[in-house]
Design a protein around this ligand. Structure first.
Ligand code: NAD
Ligand code: DAU
Length: 363
């Protein structure tokens, strides 16, 4: 049985991944180490929390003693590392936590893996051939594109926000551990995700929740910045594919081939909500709620991924078009208004604290 340590499994992509991995890998045991920052919501995994192949551990990836203990206790042979501070705007307001979690946290995990997998090859611990350290990263490490061109795995790094600089730094550490110590690493650099359990500070879930509540819809700058949207389930499938078939030491770019200007995304959401739940109470369309606001400092203009390497080497393709994915996403939010309300009013923080405090330390 494989023993997988997932970090940040209570976040947006991590929770989608945990659910998919338990379904797709019947022979795996999965340990989810999550600090439950504001972005971590254990309710995201309420439907699988009693699965005997799953264990939740409340903790910080920067705590070397805890991480080392988990490696030993669970004989971890695989890491899928999602845990990070992930929101660009927060990194502009308060970068310190991004440096700590994204850089020091990744370093702590790499050190734990090095000690467990590489220092004692003669011990009972798994040998490196069975082990994988999969680092989940972002296309933002490459910087910003003009009107043409795509990010390839060979594109030079040029991060431009504290968030992307911290992710770039973690990518370099992962690469260095492969080259220096032979760590069996895999890195994925992915474009913007969207789908169920997306925290409503990010563009798509923020616009859906505000538009439902009749609140204003903030669009930064001229609204013409472009992102390449990938449905979260396609991203999780790609991670499994890389884990199972990726070449050790390689990086793989993942994208949805769905380039959209922000204003296009926002108007699409408004139009779909008007169709699905009716216009605003005063009869106006939801697009009337759009407000162009001050731009994000250093706002990257365009991201677009060339995903031909993973397509040609591993046969992965995104299956969900933006038109289909955005409908599914809106339907998920409409079907989970309680989840949205609990996140918006902060009561999601009580879920474990109040009801299941005894499980917090992995009991
Ligand atoms: P998220 O913010 O929704 O979730 C992050 C999770 O990490 C939360 O559960 C949080 O509690 C946990 N966490 C934070 N600091 C921690 C720490 N010190 N110790 C343990 N757990 C901690 O993030 P997401 O959007 O799901 O992104 C997951 C990963 O994917 C990140 O590494 C991000 O850089 C990368 N990524 C995200 C996107 C995207 O569009 N969301 C795209 C490409 C790559
Ligand atoms: O490209 C991958 C990255 O995508 C991930 O690495 C990050 O973790 C993830 O947060 C995301 O970063 P972005 O900055 O692209 O996502 P965000 O949803 O914050 O913004 C998307 C675009 O929408 C961006 O151009 C900024 C704009 N925006 C965002 C918000 C929150 C607005 O116009 N208004 C808003 O209120």
């Amino acid at each position: 049985m494989k023993s997988i340590l997932v970090t940040g499994g209570c976040g947006f992509i991590g929770s989608n991944f945990v659910r998919l991995a338990l379904r797709r890998l019947p022979e795996c045991r999965l340990v989810n180490l999550d600090q439950l920052t504001y972005a971590g919501n254990p309710r995201n995994l309420a439907d699988i929390e009693d699965d005997p192949r799953y264990r939740f551990v409340h903790g910080d990836i920067c705590e070397a003693e805890l991480v080392g203990r988990l490696f030993a206790e669970e004989t971890i042979d695989t890491i899928v590392h999602f845990a990070a501070e992930s929101h660009v705007d927060r990194s502009i307001d308060a970068p310190a936590e991004f440096i700590r979690t994204n850089i020091l946290g990744t370093f702590t995990l790499l050190e734990a893996a090095r000690k467990a997998w590489l220092a004692n090859p003669g011990s009972q611990l798994p040998v490196p051939e069975n082990c994988r350290f999969l680092h989940v990263s972002t296309d933002e490490v490459y910087g910003s594109l003009g009107n043409t061109g795509f990010f390839r795995e060979t594109t030079p790094y040029h991060p431009r926000s504290p968030y992307s600089a911290s992710k770039a730094s973690s990518d370099h550490l992962v690469s260095a551990y492969h080259h220096t110590y032979g760590m069996p690493t895999l890195t994925t650099n992915c474009s913007n995700n969207y789908g169920p359990y997306h925290f409503p500070e990010k563009l798509i879930p923020l616009i859906i929740s505000n538009a439902l509540e009749g609140k204003t819809l903030p669009v930064y700058g001229d609204g013409k910045n472009v992102r390449d949207w990938l449905y979260v389930e396609d991203h999780c499938q790609a991670i499994l594919r890389v884990l199972e078939q990726g070449r050790v030491g390689e990086t793989y770019n993942l994208g949805g081939n769905n380039e959209k200007q922000n204003i296009e995304v926002v108007t699409t959401i408004c139009d779909l909500l008007d169709q699905k739940v009716g216009r605003l109470p005063d009869g106006h369309p939801r697009t009337d709620l759009i407000r162009f606001v001050q731009d994000r400092p250093g706002h990257d203009r365009r991201y677009a991924i060339d995903a031909s390497k993973i397509r040609e080497e591993l046969g992965w393709l995104p299956l969900v078009t933006f038109e289909e994915g955005i409908r599914r996403t809106i339907d998920w939010y409409l079907g989970n208004l309680e989840w949205v309300a609990a996140v918006r009013d902060g009561s999601y923080r009580d879920y474990y604290e109040g009801m299941c405090a005894d499980r917090l330390n992995g009991g």
